[in-house]
Design a protein around this ligand. Sequence first.
Ligand SMILES: *Cc1c(COP(=O)(O)O)cnc(C)c1O
Length: 360
Amino acid sequence: MSRVYNFSAGPAVLPEEVLREAAEEMLDYRGCGMSVMEMSHRSAVFEDIIHDAEKDIRTLLSIPENYEVLFLQGGASLQFAMIPMNLMKHGKADYILTGQWAKKAWKEAQKYGKAEVIASSEKENFSCIPNLEKLPVSEDADYVYICENNTIYGTKYHTLPDTKGKPLIADVSSCFLSEPADITRYGMMYGGAQKNIGPAGVTIVIIRKDLIQEEVFPGTPSMMQYRIHAKAGSLYNTPPAYGIYICGKVFQWLLSQGGLEGIQKKNRKKAALLYEYLDDSRLFSGTAARKDRSLMNVPFVTGDKELDAKFVSEAAAEGLVNLKGHRTVGGMRASIYNAMPYEGVKKLVAFMEQFEKENR
Ligand SMILES: *Cc1c(COP(=O)(O)O)cnc(C)c1O
């Protein structure tokens, strides 16, 4: 067996300890004589698994009692519709566009009401977070929507926008649990698990309870109502049980890393190593505005498409895989999520130094 350093943006690297533990429990989960994949989601054993997962994410983020934690399906993309269907009570919401995912969410919301763009960095090819001062938040907006970490462009909000009292709804798919966050500043925080938390198929929604008390958009399917999932403790129908089990293991792993403060320290150290090299390099350069740089996704280019392709293929031969950038940015992208070890980034930087020497 030989594991590579996987810089994929998602589905992405998971902690090796978690995968080993899951492998050990594959055929016989703690004396049940069966795998977690094979058991009823109504069994006492699975109830413990989902209960512990919820308890641990509550501990990690210090989630207060007035927030629900929901384990759903349909990816982050289904949330693009669920959010307006459940939360656009007066048919109006404000969106800040910082990349393709925010734009997709905004487009979807237009089907259910008036979705206003109040700031955008599209003219800058989303290489930065737009100026958030004097944000023209609509008087009658039901919420303000952001994509907090922009997976494709490598930017992140380092300060949250002032929403003038409107609930802030944030897609945190690619920065979920990467550093401490004050959940009380959000009406809802959500993300697909496959970037920083677990396998594809689980979407985690953390939402303030008062936001899901009222009526939803007429005709909203039961499966798309937060209220119904909340009432059923995420067991309205068969949940993505195995995925939730792995997420639970990742939460345990995060607790063992010193919680979110601990993982933040490690993430900062990894990102600093790569950014410091990029800033000094005479071959490579980062594409995101310095002040907005993400700790999780680091896009960079040489400025020469053929050289970029050569880099990606030679890196892969060294066991540094999935470094090709998104087609809209080009070049390379290193996603260095929670589970990417420091040694992986060190090896990447050493390889980049060598490549620079050979190709400049
Ligand atoms: C990957 C990603 C999505 C899309 O997630 P799916 O689970 O594939 O729907 C949405 N938002 C962000 C920020 C992402 O990184």
